[in-house]
Design a protein around this ligand. Structure first.
Ligand code: PEP
Ligand code: MN
Length: 264
């Protein structure tokens, strides 16, 4: 179902007027790694709104490497994220990690995110396939392109055609980046499927100094959008404090991309 052999024309999502894919200008999904407080979300949403960002991200359920790391605010985070996004006329995207949470996350989020670590969680893929919400599907840490596209197929096969593919870097032997951004996967996914494909530069690079060149490269190979983490005070963030942009950093980032964004 994801194949271009089945559907030749690009799938263009229209999520409350925000259009993603096809010939639409690339979109930006931005916001903090984790939802931490009302003040943090308010500041971030207001700033990003002033920069034209229409999709606000923020994790309420966090897939942390250590069980002792900050695990997210859960339902309180969902309530906060969705209300702040709504106040600013933005869509809210957040990760769902457990089949038992799909219903509540779908109640608050406009887009459900499947994280890299859950790309192979077929029960969860089926469950979001039955939810009436668009799904952003990250590529697994060590997933082949074929496995990634089959994961999308799980969602479509349950009747949900609103899937956005997201390349976020894969594990290689390289240590100077957190992951290795696989641009050929972006070009291939665009070629093989009709789905929108976006690139998460933050989790790919794991370092701020590469975000601009990687985002430029992603747009050059045809990505339909960029996903980037932005936090009012990255140094004190409860997760991913090495890689989130502060507001000044985001201003530079968006200025550097503006000529490639074809924003109306
Ligand atoms: C995230 O976007 O919050 C995240 C945890 O990313 P990934 O699943 O790509 O590691
Ligand atoms: Mn993060």
């Amino acid at each position: 179902l994801v194949s271009r052999k089945v559907k030749q024309d690009d799938t263009v999502l229209d999520i409350d007027g925000v259009r993603i894919g096809g010939n639409e200008p690339p979109i930006i999904i931005a916001g903090p790694c984790s939802i931490e407080s009302e003040e943090q979300m308010e500041l971030t949403a207001a700033f990003l709104k002033s920069k034209g960002v229409k999709i606000l991200r923020g994790g309420a359920y966090k897939p942390r490497t250590s069980p002792y790391g900050f695990q997210g605010m859960g339902v309180d985070g969902l309530i906060l994220g969705s209300s702040v996004a709504r106040e600013h006329g933005q869509l809210f995207i957040t990760e769902v990690m457990d089949t038992r949470d799909v219903e509540v996350v779908a109640e608050y989020a406009d887009i459900l995110q499947i994280g890299a670590r859950n790309m192979h969680n077929f029960a969860l893929l089926r469950e979001v396939g039955r939810a009436r919400r668009p799904v952003l599907l990250k590529r697994g840490l060590s997933a082949t392109i074929e496995e990634w596209l089959y994961a999308a197929e799980y969602i479509l096969s349950e009747g949900n055609n609103e899937v956005i593919l997201c390349e976020r870097g894969i594990r290689t032997y390289e240590k100077w980046t957190r992951n290795t951004l696989d641009l050929s996967a972006v070009a291939l996914a665009k070629q093989e499927t009709h789905l929108p494909v976006i690139v998460d530069v933050t989790h790919a690079a794991g370092r701020r100094d590469l975000l601009i060149p990687l985002a430029r490269a992603a747009l050059a190979v045809g990505a339909d959008g960029i996903h980037v983490e932005v936090h009012p005070s990255p140094a004190t963030a409860l997760s991913d404090n090495e890689q989130q942009l502060d507001f000044a950093g985001y201003e530079q980032f968006s200025a550097a991309l503006s000529s490639l964004m074809r924003v109306a």
